[in-house]
Design a protein around this ligand. Structure first.
Ligand code: SAH
Ligand code: SF4
Ligand code: F3S
Length: 437
């Protein structure tokens, strides 16, 4: 039996790609094991979004250098594979396969090449029209399933590697997305998360010609699907019709992740984000005006080249204005191929650290105040698991908040169930409550 191990870095698209790769490998007769030591084939599905993420795979490969010659085969997949290509063989000569996500359709054929003695195999073409679909996806979670609806990215944000690592946008047909949703519902999944680097620019390639809002609404109408989420939305392509779809369809969750990156129009222009602070806020107001209590989360980059103290103030002011439910903050990282590499006025690392801490401290206070308003309310939770240390169930609200709760007098496994939970306490990052009988 040929055994394999896979470790995944990066975003949900990578996590889901790995599920598809695992399904593909199993269908080719491979057997999945839980440690690299046990495996004949070791896969790393890599991320290149920031320098630290990229370095991780080289650390891993380094750790295994000594193992070289012991008969293991190493394969690098994902965004670092696409970005570095054959250079990976120079940096880590014990690697035999390098394949980017746009070439995963060719994986079975590449594995055959490896087995028949090819020492080095690559899949690096980006000029594909295909999306990576496989009938044998091995999903990690029995209740919540990812579906990729669009691959690649046609934007060119000045800091970002994704257009280089994942190629141009390719949308799946609406028919294949709906049939996968129906299958998932039949298999017992109740939550679907639609994935893409920019789901808003989804364009059905079939004659039906659905836009993203129409697709979203229809996935939310699949019988048995109780919750639909989507990520990520680019503000430029975020239409009012998405908010309308959420209003008209209770299966669509009360949550939109809308990365802003900066509150300064000047910095947004330098980043090539294609919207101003005001245009972004207009989208926020569509959501705030909705009858549905839509939670809003975002991504912020601090220390983009040329970012001034005033620009940072503009970002902090935006946080106050929007009152985000949570945010991911990042220090700007210089990335290969990107246009921002050429910009002057790089910000020193310690200064980026200081700015990130300011953003996070500011947001923490907003979250303390916001979460406190939930105390006393009853929220529907999808149960994700049980925390032995605290003896609490871990629930997820429609707004994507973690709600840890007690349910006295029951030993049954509640994972995957939907329960009403009364919020009794609130912290900056999660809520605490008790199940309502
Ligand atoms: N497609 C998504 C973003 C995917 S990357 C979008 O457009 O919103 C996730 C986040 O990583 C980005 O929103 C950004 O905040 C951050 N990021 C991307 N490139 C970065 C870089 N070079 N340095 C620091 N953060 C970066
Ligand atoms: Fe990167 Fe911008 Fe594309 Fe998002 S929209 S993946 S940040 S280039
Ligand atoms: Fe990383 Fe590639 Fe995702 S760079 S964030 S794994 S698209």
């Amino acid at each position: 039996m040929k055994t394999f191990y896979i470790e995944t870095f990066g975003c949900q698209m990578n996590a889901h790609d790995s599920e598809k790769v695992i399904g593909t490998l199993i269908s080719q007769g491979y057997h999945k094991v839980e440690t690299p030591e046990e495996a004949e084939l070791v896969f790393y599905n890599t991320c290149s979004i920031r320098d630290k993420a990229e370095q991780k795979v080289f650390h891993r490969l380094q750790q295994f250098k000594k193992e070289h010659g012991k008969g293991k085969t190493f394969a690098v997949l994902g965004c670092v594979a696409q970005q570095e290509g054959e250079r990976i063989f120079e940096k880590a000569p014990h690697v035999s396969l390098v394949c980017g996500s746009a070439s995963y359709n060719r994986l079975p054929e590449m594995l055959v090449q490896l087995e028949t003695g090819n020492r080095r195999v690559t899949g690096l073409s980006l000029d594909t029209q295909d999306t990576f679909e496989t009938p044998v996806t091995r999903r990690d979670n029995p209740h919540r399933a990812y579906i990729t609806i669009i691959e690649g990215c046609d934007k060119s944000c000045a800091y970002c590697v994704v257009p280089f690592t994942r190629g141009p946008e390719r949308s799946r047909t609406s028919a294949s997305v709906i049939s996968e949703s129906l299958e998932l519902a039949r298999a017992g999944y109740s939550e679907i998360q639609l994935l893409g680097q920019n789901v808003n620019s989804y364009r059905d390639p079939s004659p039906a010609g659905w836009d993203f809002a129409t697709l979203l609404d229809n996935v939310g109408r699949v019988p048995g699907i109780r919750r639909v989420r989507f990520t990520t939305s680019h503000p430029r392509d975020f239409r009012k019709s998405i908010v309308d779809a959420i209003e008209g369809n209770t299966a669509l969750c009360n949550h939109v992740h809308l990365p802003v990156q900066s509150g300064s129009t000047r910095v947004l222009a330098a980043m090539d984000r294609l919207y101003t602070r005001e245009e972004y806020l207009e989208r926020i107001h569509w959501m705030k005006a909705s009858r549905r209590p839509i939670a809003i989360t975002t991504d912020i980059i601090v220390g983009f080249p040329g970012e001034t103290e005033q620009d940072l103030e503009a970002t902090l002011g935006l946080l106050d204005e929007v009152q985000y439910d949570s945010l991911f903050g990042f220090k700007y990282s210089r990335r290969p191929n990107t246009s921002a590499l050429l910009l002057e006025d790089q910000i020193a690392e310690e200064e980026k650290t200081r700015r990130l801490a300011m953003v996070q401290e500011h947001q923490r206070n907003i979250q303390i105040r916001r979460n406190a308003t939930y105390v006393g309310s009853v929220e529907e939770c999808m149960v994700e698991g049980f925390n032995r240390a605290t003896q609490q169930w871990i629930g997820r609200t429609s707004q994507h908040k973690t709600l840890n709760f007690l349910r006295p007098g029951s030993d049954a496994d509640l994972t995957g169930q939907y329960l009403e939970v009364r919020v009794t306490r609130a912290g900056p990052n999660s809520l605490v409550g008790e199940a309502v009988n």
